[in-house]
Design a protein around this ligand. Structure first.
Ligand SMILES: *Cc1c(COP(=O)(O)O)cnc(C)c1O
Length: 388
Protein backbone atom coordinates (compact mmCIF):
# COMPACT_ATOMS: atom_id res chain seq x y z
CA UNK A 1 0.00 0.00 0.00
CA UNK A 2 1.26 3.47 -0.80
CA UNK A 3 1.28 6.69 1.21
CA UNK A 4 -1.74 8.69 0.20
CA UNK A 5 -1.06 12.33 -0.64
CA UNK A 6 -2.87 14.77 1.63
CA UNK A 7 -5.00 17.53 0.19
CA UNK A 8 -4.47 20.23 2.80
CA UNK A 9 -6.83 22.78 1.33
CA UNK A 10 -9.86 20.55 1.44
CA UNK A 11 -8.78 18.56 4.46
CA UNK A 12 -9.60 15.28 2.75
CA UNK A 13 -7.56 12.40 1.38
CA UNK A 14 -6.82 12.62 -2.29
CA UNK A 15 -8.28 9.66 -4.13
CA UNK A 16 -5.66 8.85 -6.75
CA UNK A 17 -6.72 7.66 -10.17
CA UNK A 18 -4.37 4.71 -9.77
CA UNK A 19 -1.82 3.38 -7.29
CA UNK A 20 0.45 0.38 -7.90
CA UNK A 21 -0.35 -2.23 -5.24
CA UNK A 22 1.71 -5.32 -4.43
CA UNK A 23 -0.26 -8.50 -3.75
CA UNK A 24 2.07 -10.60 -1.58
CA UNK A 25 5.28 -12.32 -2.66
CA UNK A 26 6.81 -9.69 -4.97
CA UNK A 27 9.82 -8.83 -2.77
CA UNK A 28 10.46 -12.42 -1.74
CA UNK A 29 10.55 -13.61 -5.35
CA UNK A 30 12.78 -10.74 -6.45
CA UNK A 31 15.17 -11.60 -3.60
CA UNK A 32 15.15 -15.20 -4.80
CA UNK A 33 16.19 -14.09 -8.30
CA UNK A 34 18.94 -11.81 -7.00
CA UNK A 35 20.29 -14.46 -4.65
CA UNK A 36 20.35 -16.96 -7.53
CA UNK A 37 22.76 -14.62 -9.35
CA UNK A 38 20.95 -15.04 -12.69
CA UNK A 39 18.85 -12.02 -13.48
CA UNK A 40 18.62 -11.82 -17.29
CA UNK A 41 15.57 -13.04 -19.21
CA UNK A 42 14.05 -16.47 -19.85
CA UNK A 43 14.93 -18.01 -16.49
CA UNK A 44 12.75 -19.86 -13.98
CA UNK A 45 10.22 -17.07 -13.30
CA UNK A 46 9.79 -16.30 -17.00
CA UNK A 47 9.07 -20.00 -17.52
CA UNK A 48 6.50 -20.28 -14.74
CA UNK A 49 4.80 -17.04 -15.80
CA UNK A 50 4.52 -18.32 -19.38
CA UNK A 51 3.19 -21.65 -18.18
CA UNK A 52 0.64 -19.84 -16.02
CA UNK A 53 -0.63 -17.88 -19.06
CA UNK A 54 -0.70 -20.98 -21.26
CA UNK A 55 -2.78 -22.84 -18.64
CA UNK A 56 -5.07 -19.87 -17.94
CA UNK A 57 -5.87 -19.30 -21.61
CA UNK A 58 -5.58 -22.84 -22.96
CA UNK A 59 -3.18 -21.37 -25.53
CA UNK A 60 -0.19 -23.20 -27.03
CA UNK A 61 2.46 -20.55 -26.24
CA UNK A 62 3.09 -17.35 -24.28
CA UNK A 63 6.12 -15.05 -24.35
CA UNK A 64 6.76 -12.44 -21.66
CA UNK A 65 7.73 -9.07 -23.15
CA UNK A 66 8.89 -5.72 -21.73
CA UNK A 67 5.44 -4.21 -22.50
CA UNK A 68 2.21 -4.74 -24.40
CA UNK A 69 3.63 -2.28 -26.93
CA UNK A 70 6.53 -4.64 -27.66
CA UNK A 71 4.18 -7.65 -27.76
CA UNK A 72 2.11 -5.85 -30.43
CA UNK A 73 5.30 -5.04 -32.35
CA UNK A 74 6.28 -8.71 -32.21
CA UNK A 75 2.83 -9.68 -33.51
CA UNK A 76 3.07 -7.18 -36.39
CA UNK A 77 6.50 -8.54 -37.27
CA UNK A 78 5.24 -12.14 -37.16
CA UNK A 79 2.34 -11.19 -39.49
CA UNK A 80 4.94 -10.27 -42.13
CA UNK A 81 3.27 -6.92 -42.67
CA UNK A 82 4.74 -5.15 -45.72
CA UNK A 83 4.69 -1.48 -46.71
CA UNK A 84 1.25 -0.64 -48.05
CA UNK A 85 -0.54 -3.48 -46.26
CA UNK A 86 -3.61 -2.41 -44.29
CA UNK A 87 -4.74 -3.35 -40.80
CA UNK A 88 -8.27 -2.60 -39.59
CA UNK A 89 -8.51 -1.28 -36.03
CA UNK A 90 -10.50 1.14 -33.86
CA UNK A 91 -9.43 4.78 -33.63
CA UNK A 92 -10.57 4.72 -30.01
CA UNK A 93 -7.43 3.00 -28.66
CA UNK A 94 -3.92 3.62 -27.35
CA UNK A 95 -1.18 4.65 -29.80
CA UNK A 96 0.65 1.31 -29.47
CA UNK A 97 -2.05 -0.54 -31.42
CA UNK A 98 -1.40 1.66 -34.46
CA UNK A 99 2.36 2.19 -33.96
CA UNK A 100 3.05 -1.55 -34.22
CA UNK A 101 1.57 -1.51 -37.72
CA UNK A 102 3.13 1.79 -38.81
CA UNK A 103 6.59 0.61 -37.72
CA UNK A 104 6.31 -2.11 -40.40
CA UNK A 105 5.33 0.45 -43.05
CA UNK A 106 1.71 -0.71 -43.02
CA UNK A 107 -1.39 1.50 -42.79
CA UNK A 108 -3.85 1.53 -39.88
CA UNK A 109 -7.42 1.75 -41.22
CA UNK A 110 -9.67 3.18 -38.53
CA UNK A 111 -13.25 2.00 -38.14
CA UNK A 112 -15.88 3.34 -35.73
CA UNK A 113 -16.84 1.68 -32.43
CA UNK A 114 -20.08 0.41 -30.89
CA UNK A 115 -21.71 2.84 -28.46
CA UNK A 116 -22.44 0.10 -25.89
CA UNK A 117 -19.01 -1.56 -25.46
CA UNK A 118 -16.78 1.10 -27.11
CA UNK A 119 -15.22 -1.78 -29.08
CA UNK A 120 -14.65 -2.02 -32.85
CA UNK A 121 -18.08 -2.21 -34.51
CA UNK A 122 -17.97 -5.63 -36.12
CA UNK A 123 -20.73 -4.65 -38.56
CA UNK A 124 -18.44 -2.03 -40.14
CA UNK A 125 -15.37 -4.22 -40.66
CA UNK A 126 -16.31 -5.96 -43.89
CA UNK A 127 -16.87 -2.72 -45.82
CA UNK A 128 -13.36 -1.53 -44.83
CA UNK A 129 -11.60 -4.58 -46.31
CA UNK A 130 -9.59 -3.99 -49.51
CA UNK A 131 -7.14 -6.08 -51.52
CA UNK A 132 -4.40 -4.76 -49.18
CA UNK A 133 -6.02 -5.76 -45.87
CA UNK A 134 -3.87 -8.27 -43.97
CA UNK A 135 -5.18 -8.20 -40.41
CA UNK A 136 -7.82 -7.04 -37.95
CA UNK A 137 -6.66 -5.68 -34.61
CA UNK A 138 -9.36 -5.70 -31.96
CA UNK A 139 -9.14 -3.92 -28.60
CA UNK A 140 -11.17 -5.29 -25.69
CA UNK A 141 -11.89 -1.92 -24.09
CA UNK A 142 -12.22 -2.01 -20.29
CA UNK A 143 -11.83 -5.80 -20.38
CA UNK A 144 -15.17 -6.16 -22.20
CA UNK A 145 -14.84 -8.58 -25.09
CA UNK A 146 -15.28 -7.63 -28.74
CA UNK A 147 -17.81 -9.66 -30.78
CA UNK A 148 -15.28 -12.39 -31.44
CA UNK A 149 -17.62 -14.88 -33.19
CA UNK A 150 -18.49 -12.36 -35.90
CA UNK A 151 -14.91 -11.06 -36.17
CA UNK A 152 -13.33 -14.52 -36.48
CA UNK A 153 -15.91 -15.38 -39.13
CA UNK A 154 -14.95 -12.33 -41.22
CA UNK A 155 -11.24 -13.12 -40.76
CA UNK A 156 -11.77 -16.71 -41.96
CA UNK A 157 -13.74 -15.60 -45.02
CA UNK A 158 -11.13 -13.02 -46.08
CA UNK A 159 -8.07 -14.94 -44.85
CA UNK A 160 -7.02 -12.19 -42.38
CA UNK A 161 -4.87 -12.49 -39.28
CA UNK A 162 -6.58 -11.51 -36.01
CA UNK A 163 -4.55 -9.74 -33.32
CA UNK A 164 -6.20 -9.09 -29.96
CA UNK A 165 -4.94 -6.02 -28.14
CA UNK A 166 -5.85 -7.59 -24.82
CA UNK A 167 -3.89 -4.99 -22.81
CA UNK A 168 -6.90 -4.45 -20.52
CA UNK A 169 -8.39 -7.91 -20.73
CA UNK A 170 -6.58 -10.20 -18.26
CA UNK A 171 -9.06 -12.58 -16.53
CA UNK A 172 -11.99 -11.56 -18.74
CA UNK A 173 -14.12 -13.88 -20.93
CA UNK A 174 -16.26 -13.67 -24.04
CA UNK A 175 -18.98 -16.35 -23.97
CA UNK A 176 -17.04 -18.32 -21.33
CA UNK A 177 -13.77 -18.35 -23.30
CA UNK A 178 -10.86 -16.21 -22.06
CA UNK A 179 -9.99 -13.05 -23.96
CA UNK A 180 -6.52 -13.49 -25.40
CA UNK A 181 -7.34 -17.01 -26.61
CA UNK A 182 -9.26 -16.03 -29.78
CA UNK A 183 -6.84 -14.31 -32.17
CA UNK A 184 -3.81 -15.74 -33.98
CA UNK A 185 -1.99 -13.42 -31.57
CA UNK A 186 -2.94 -11.58 -28.38
CA UNK A 187 -1.02 -8.97 -26.40
CA UNK A 188 -1.43 -8.32 -22.66
CA UNK A 189 -0.12 -5.38 -20.65
CA UNK A 190 1.23 -5.46 -17.11
CA UNK A 191 1.83 -1.71 -16.95
CA UNK A 192 1.15 -0.34 -13.48
CA UNK A 193 -2.21 1.10 -14.59
CA UNK A 194 -3.54 -2.33 -15.60
CA UNK A 195 -5.16 -5.02 -13.42
CA UNK A 196 -2.06 -7.21 -13.08
CA UNK A 197 1.20 -5.33 -12.99
CA UNK A 198 4.98 -5.52 -13.09
CA UNK A 199 5.71 -1.81 -13.51
CA UNK A 200 6.24 -2.14 -17.23
CA UNK A 201 5.51 -5.53 -18.71
CA UNK A 202 3.52 -7.54 -21.19
CA UNK A 203 3.04 -10.85 -22.92
CA UNK A 204 2.49 -12.11 -26.45
CA UNK A 205 0.14 -15.08 -26.73
CA UNK A 206 0.53 -17.19 -29.87
CA UNK A 207 -2.63 -19.21 -30.53
CA UNK A 208 -1.66 -20.51 -33.97
CA UNK A 209 0.76 -23.43 -33.37
CA UNK A 210 2.38 -22.90 -36.78
CA UNK A 211 3.62 -19.48 -35.69
CA UNK A 212 5.35 -20.55 -32.46
CA UNK A 213 8.72 -21.52 -33.92
CA UNK A 214 9.24 -18.12 -35.58
CA UNK A 215 7.97 -16.32 -32.47
CA UNK A 216 10.73 -18.03 -30.44
CA UNK A 217 13.32 -16.70 -32.90
CA UNK A 218 11.95 -13.16 -33.09
CA UNK A 219 11.73 -13.07 -29.27
CA UNK A 220 15.43 -13.99 -28.94
CA UNK A 221 16.90 -11.31 -31.24
CA UNK A 222 16.49 -13.34 -34.41
CA UNK A 223 18.49 -16.30 -33.14
CA UNK A 224 17.64 -19.97 -32.62
CA UNK A 225 18.91 -19.73 -29.02
CA UNK A 226 15.82 -21.53 -27.70
CA UNK A 227 16.57 -24.57 -29.87
CA UNK A 228 20.14 -24.44 -28.57
CA UNK A 229 18.89 -24.34 -24.95
CA UNK A 230 16.73 -27.39 -25.69
CA UNK A 231 19.78 -29.18 -27.17
CA UNK A 232 18.19 -29.39 -30.65
CA UNK A 233 21.12 -27.54 -32.25
CA UNK A 234 24.72 -27.47 -30.93
CA UNK A 235 25.30 -23.72 -31.40
CA UNK A 236 23.00 -20.81 -31.90
CA UNK A 237 22.97 -18.56 -34.90
CA UNK A 238 21.32 -15.52 -36.45
CA UNK A 239 18.48 -17.01 -38.52
CA UNK A 240 15.82 -14.26 -38.97
CA UNK A 241 15.02 -10.69 -37.98
CA UNK A 242 14.15 -10.16 -34.35
CA UNK A 243 14.75 -7.91 -31.38
CA UNK A 244 15.29 -7.98 -27.63
CA UNK A 245 11.76 -8.84 -26.57
CA UNK A 246 12.58 -10.48 -23.18
CA UNK A 247 12.04 -8.85 -19.80
CA UNK A 248 14.54 -9.57 -17.02
CA UNK A 249 13.87 -12.21 -14.38
CA UNK A 250 13.39 -9.43 -11.79
CA UNK A 251 10.27 -8.28 -13.67
CA UNK A 252 9.07 -11.87 -14.14
CA UNK A 253 9.47 -12.51 -10.39
CA UNK A 254 7.28 -9.51 -9.54
CA UNK A 255 4.76 -10.62 -12.14
CA UNK A 256 4.49 -14.17 -10.84
CA UNK A 257 3.60 -12.85 -7.38
CA UNK A 258 0.77 -10.89 -9.04
CA UNK A 259 -0.44 -13.94 -10.99
CA UNK A 260 -0.65 -15.93 -7.73
CA UNK A 261 -3.23 -13.46 -6.41
CA UNK A 262 -4.67 -12.44 -9.77
CA UNK A 263 -8.10 -14.04 -9.47
CA UNK A 264 -8.61 -12.61 -5.96
CA UNK A 265 -7.48 -9.16 -7.09
CA UNK A 266 -9.97 -9.30 -9.97
CA UNK A 267 -12.81 -10.16 -7.56
CA UNK A 268 -11.91 -7.14 -5.45
CA UNK A 269 -11.85 -4.83 -8.47
CA UNK A 270 -15.24 -6.15 -9.53
CA UNK A 271 -16.65 -5.31 -6.08
CA UNK A 272 -15.46 -1.71 -6.46
CA UNK A 273 -16.84 -1.61 -10.01
CA UNK A 274 -20.22 -2.92 -8.82
CA UNK A 275 -20.13 -0.34 -6.03
CA UNK A 276 -19.89 2.43 -8.62
CA UNK A 277 -22.57 0.85 -10.80
CA UNK A 278 -25.21 0.43 -8.11
CA UNK A 279 -24.58 3.90 -6.66
CA UNK A 280 -24.58 5.69 -10.04
CA UNK A 281 -27.53 3.87 -11.63
CA UNK A 282 -30.07 6.22 -9.95
CA UNK A 283 -28.24 9.21 -11.50
CA UNK A 284 -28.47 7.55 -14.90
CA UNK A 285 -32.21 7.00 -14.42
CA UNK A 286 -32.56 10.71 -13.70
CA UNK A 287 -30.78 11.42 -17.02
CA UNK A 288 -27.79 13.13 -15.37
CA UNK A 289 -25.09 10.89 -16.87
CA UNK A 290 -24.53 7.46 -18.43
CA UNK A 291 -22.66 4.45 -17.09
CA UNK A 292 -21.35 1.29 -18.80
CA UNK A 293 -23.66 -1.68 -19.42
CA UNK A 294 -21.43 -4.51 -20.63
CA UNK A 295 -23.35 -7.36 -22.30
CA UNK A 296 -24.10 -10.26 -19.97
CA UNK A 297 -22.07 -12.72 -22.07
CA UNK A 298 -18.93 -10.57 -21.62
CA UNK A 299 -17.57 -11.47 -18.19
CA UNK A 300 -15.36 -8.43 -17.70
CA UNK A 301 -12.60 -7.81 -15.16
CA UNK A 302 -13.51 -4.44 -13.63
CA UNK A 303 -10.59 -2.74 -15.37
CA UNK A 304 -12.27 0.63 -16.01
CA UNK A 305 -15.32 2.38 -14.60
CA UNK A 306 -16.36 5.37 -16.68
CA UNK A 307 -19.20 7.87 -16.78
CA UNK A 308 -20.41 9.77 -19.83
CA UNK A 309 -21.24 13.44 -19.28
CA UNK A 310 -24.22 14.78 -21.27
CA UNK A 311 -21.95 17.12 -23.29
CA UNK A 312 -18.28 17.82 -23.99
CA UNK A 313 -18.66 21.17 -22.21
CA UNK A 314 -19.93 19.52 -19.01
CA UNK A 315 -17.17 16.90 -19.24
CA UNK A 316 -14.51 19.64 -19.01
CA UNK A 317 -16.34 21.32 -16.13
CA UNK A 318 -16.78 18.02 -14.27
CA UNK A 319 -13.08 17.13 -14.70
CA UNK A 320 -12.17 20.45 -13.06
CA UNK A 321 -14.64 19.98 -10.24
CA UNK A 322 -13.49 16.42 -9.55
CA UNK A 323 -9.83 17.38 -9.63
CA UNK A 324 -10.58 20.32 -7.29
CA UNK A 325 -12.05 17.80 -4.87
CA UNK A 326 -8.86 15.69 -4.98
CA UNK A 327 -10.41 12.96 -7.10
CA UNK A 328 -8.16 11.52 -9.81
CA UNK A 329 -10.62 11.35 -12.70
CA UNK A 330 -9.20 11.35 -16.23
CA UNK A 331 -10.26 11.35 -19.88
CA UNK A 332 -9.43 8.41 -22.09
CA UNK A 333 -8.30 8.26 -25.66
CA UNK A 334 -7.91 11.21 -27.96
CA UNK A 335 -9.05 9.34 -31.10
CA UNK A 336 -6.11 8.29 -33.25
CA UNK A 337 -7.76 9.34 -36.55
CA UNK A 338 -7.74 12.96 -35.34
CA UNK A 339 -4.19 12.90 -33.88
CA UNK A 340 -1.29 14.33 -35.96
CA UNK A 341 0.40 10.94 -36.45
CA UNK A 342 -2.94 9.24 -37.10
CA UNK A 343 -3.66 11.65 -39.94
CA UNK A 344 -0.18 11.19 -41.34
CA UNK A 345 0.09 7.39 -41.17
CA UNK A 346 -3.47 6.09 -41.14
CA UNK A 347 -6.84 6.61 -42.75
CA UNK A 348 -10.44 6.29 -41.64
CA UNK A 349 -13.05 4.16 -43.28
CA UNK A 350 -16.51 5.66 -42.85
CA UNK A 351 -17.65 8.16 -40.25
CA UNK A 352 -16.25 8.33 -36.73
CA UNK A 353 -19.43 9.62 -35.10
CA UNK A 354 -19.45 7.31 -32.07
CA UNK A 355 -15.69 7.58 -31.53
CA UNK A 356 -15.77 11.40 -31.63
CA UNK A 357 -18.84 11.63 -29.43
CA UNK A 358 -17.76 9.13 -26.74
CA UNK A 359 -14.19 10.39 -26.50
CA UNK A 360 -15.45 13.94 -25.87
CA UNK A 361 -17.77 12.92 -23.00
CA UNK A 362 -16.01 10.06 -21.20
CA UNK A 363 -14.50 10.33 -17.70
CA UNK A 364 -12.65 7.41 -16.07
CA UNK A 365 -13.11 7.25 -12.31
CA UNK A 366 -10.45 6.15 -9.80
CA UNK A 367 -10.37 2.35 -9.60
CA UNK A 368 -7.51 0.45 -8.00
CA UNK A 369 -6.78 -2.06 -5.26
CA UNK A 370 -5.76 0.65 -2.78
CA UNK A 371 -9.42 1.73 -2.67
CA UNK A 372 -12.25 0.71 -0.37
CA UNK A 373 -16.03 0.95 -0.74
CA UNK A 374 -15.78 4.12 1.32
CA UNK A 375 -13.62 5.75 -1.37
CA UNK A 376 -16.18 4.74 -3.98
CA UNK A 377 -18.95 6.34 -1.89
CA UNK A 378 -16.97 9.57 -1.61
CA UNK A 379 -16.43 9.76 -5.38
CA UNK A 380 -20.13 9.05 -5.98
CA UNK A 381 -21.14 11.68 -3.41
CA UNK A 382 -19.04 14.28 -5.27
CA UNK A 383 -20.46 13.21 -8.64
CA UNK A 384 -23.95 13.71 -7.22
CA UNK A 385 -23.04 17.37 -6.61
CA UNK A 386 -21.45 18.14 -9.99
CA UNK A 387 -22.77 21.11 -11.96
CA UNK A 388 -25.64 20.46 -14.33
C1 LIG B 1 -2.09 0.06 -21.90
C2 LIG B 1 -2.40 -0.25 -23.29
C3 LIG B 1 -1.40 -0.52 -24.23
C4 LIG B 1 0.08 -0.36 -23.93
O1 LIG B 1 0.53 -1.18 -22.92
P1 LIG B 1 2.05 -1.05 -22.42
O2 LIG B 1 2.24 -2.30 -21.61
O3 LIG B 1 2.15 0.19 -21.61
O4 LIG B 1 2.92 -1.03 -23.61
C5 LIG B 1 -1.76 -0.89 -25.51
N1 LIG B 1 -3.05 -0.98 -25.87
C6 LIG B 1 -4.06 -0.72 -25.00
C7 LIG B 1 -5.47 -0.87 -25.46
C8 LIG B 1 -3.76 -0.34 -23.69
O5 LIG B 1 -4.77 -0.08 -22.85
Amino acid sequence: MTDKAWNIELGTDVIDFNTAETLGNELAYIAEVINGKKISGNGRFTEICSKYLVDLLGSPAAFLTPSCTSALEMAALLCNLQPGDEVIMPSYTFTSTANAVVLRGAVPVFVDIRPDTLNLDEKLIEAAITGHTKAIMVVHYAGVGCEMDAILDIARRYNLVVIEDAAQAMYADFRDKPLGSFGDFAAFSFHETKNIISGEGGALIVNDPDRIERAEIVWEKGTNRIKFKRGVVNKYNWVDIGSSFLPSEIIAAFLYAQFEKGQEATKRRLLLWEGYRTALEPLERKGRLNIPHPPEYCRHNGHIFYILAPSARLRELWLNELSGAGIGAVIHYVPLHSAPAGRKFGRSHGGMTVTDDISSRLIRLPLHLGMTREHVSRVVERIDHLSV
